[in-house]
Design a protein. Sequence first.
Length: 286
Amino acid sequence: MSATSTKETKASKKTTTAKKSTSTAKKKVSATKDSSIEEKLDGLFNLQKIDSEIDRIRIIRGELPIEVEDLEDEIVGLETRTGKIQTEIDEIDQDISNRKIGSKESDAAILKYKERQNNVRNNREFESLSKEIEFQELEIKLNEKRTKEGKIKIDNKKEILAEATDRLNLKKADLTTKKAELDSIISATQKDENKLLKASKEAKKNIEERLVLAYNRLRDNSKNGLAVVELIYGNKRNTGHRDASCGGCFNKIPPQRELDIVTKKKIIICEHCGKILIPSQEELED
């Protein structure tokens, strides 16, 4: 064999080896990529399970936290209202007291003016004192009128105050009951919730930030808090095939997309509800 032929054979072997290495490397990269997507989907599903359990615990509390908050706001409003009514009563009461004092001063002034009338020198001075007496008598009558009106206002406001106070006391008693009920539920579930919240935080650390943001956005826009849902299957047809549907909106999933979901080669989003789709765990176990 010639030297040239030997060189060509060696070069050919090197090329073949290089191609095999490249092919192997591509397969490894592909396997790593597929594994990475599968891990992302598994991570998202695990996060969803944790957050769904947190939601379940909060559902147990029901509307109690909102009811407690509403009652607290209503109590503040009633306390403000009763305080304002009491202030108005005190102001009217003070006005009545001032008018009583004013009437006494007017009585004293009338006596003084009458004594001076006995010592007047002329009619002009007498008439001037008479006008002063008449003015003080009008002041007394006005004070009596305003006092009567004030007492009527006080009676009306005291009636309103009594109703508001009764309502306030009922709301306070209701708040005490509901707070005790809420505290009982919280004490029974808080430990589990804190543990799950910590697990949720840790789970998010192992997921890409962009995926976590998308996941949170989906949960915020979902009534039941689901961002990741499993495929669900209908009854078998005559052919033995079962149609796959989205576990969030129940719309049918095309076979090709179903295959992508089941093999976890891609992150597939439901075209209808936007939720992240994963294989049925029950089907995988079967």
